[in-house]
Design a protein around this ligand. Structure first.
Ligand SMILES: Nc1ncnc2c1ncn2[C@@H]1O[C@H](COP(=O)(O)OP(=O)(O)OP(=O)(O)O)[C@@H](O)[C@H]1O
Length: 241
């Protein structure tokens, strides 16, 4: 049974069509790299998967058709591109908030929840971040905190929108290793929007290429990702959505 199936998906803004006729089905567990030039619709595609952007077509999670009025399906956790926080808050409190969908409105976070936060920060090799003020962290450290918040959700599908932004070379490699571990050790399905084609070379998975400008990037020629989704994607930008 596919973990995610997309049938004839089309997306746009204010009458402008961005993506048309995308169809594919992905089995669990899998890694899918999503590539394409700036503005081709990668982020909007993610938004349609979490039902925060309207679309034409159908989306199925574990063979169940997703109801378009349902927001944020529980099976999906997302790391978005820019997450700003304008108030003082500790790292542990941001990470634990990843559990919000498992809690009822007045339910407090427990000691066990915070133990899980510690475990995840240790897994990310940064247990020292636990008590720190989020706004005093570097961009790369903040990105690790959002990753920890995504991990604590223990969803089936992880969507990561350019997760390596702000990360140094060491943590970029850590992140790609982490995504591989999520798939191979924890049976997750990971979709990652990235411009870091170099790190894909050694990974096993699928490549979803939304680009019309660069339909065969170098990474494909090197046959690094073993299975290539041949995206059924026809872009007709002038057509009305
Ligand atoms: N709120 C909006 N209203 C109108 N157009 C928008 C809106 N948000 C995005 N767009 C346009 O939709 C197109 C797709 O944007 P999107 O953010 O999905 O691209 P992307 O492939 O993720 O780009 P990048 O690689 O730069 O992050 C772009 O041309 C963008 O300008």
């Amino acid at each position: 049974m596919p973990v995610l199936e997309v049938k004839d998906l089309s997306l746009g803004f204010e009458g402008k069509l961005i993506i048309e006729g995308v169809s594919f089905a992905i089995e669990k567990p899998s890694f899918v790299a999503i590539i394409g030039h700036n503005g081709c619709g990668k982020t909007t595609f993610f938004k349609s998967l979490i039902q925060s952007h309207p679309y034409k077509g159908e989306i199925f999670l574990f063979d169940q058709k997703v109801n378009k009025s349902q927001t944020s399906p529980r099976e999906i956790a997302i790391l978005e591109q820019r997450n700003l926080v304008n108030f003082q808050i500790k790292v542990k409190d941001i990470v634990v908030m990843g559990l919000f969908r498992r809690k009822s409105f007045f339910e407090n976070y427990t000691n066990e929840d915070f133990d899980r936060v510690r475990e995840i920060l240790e897994f990310l090799e940064r247990p020292d971040l636990y008590e720190k003020d989020f706004n005093h962290l570097s961009g790369g450290e903040q990105q690790l905190v959002w990753l920890a918040q995504m991990m604590i959700q223990e969803a089936e599908i992880y969507l990561l929108d350019e997760p390596t932004q702000y990360l140094d070379l060491y943590y970029k490699k850590v992140l790609f290793d982490l995504m591989e571990a999520w798939v191979k050790r924890f049976n997750k399905t990971v979709f990652c929007i990235t411009h870091d084609l170099y790190y894909l070379e050694t990974m096993d998975g699928y490549l979803l290429n939304f680009s019309e400008k660069d339909p065969r990037p170098q990474v494909l020629n090197r046959e690094c990702l073993k299975k290539n989704i041949n995206l059924i994607l026809q872009r007709k930008p002038n057509k009305n959505f």
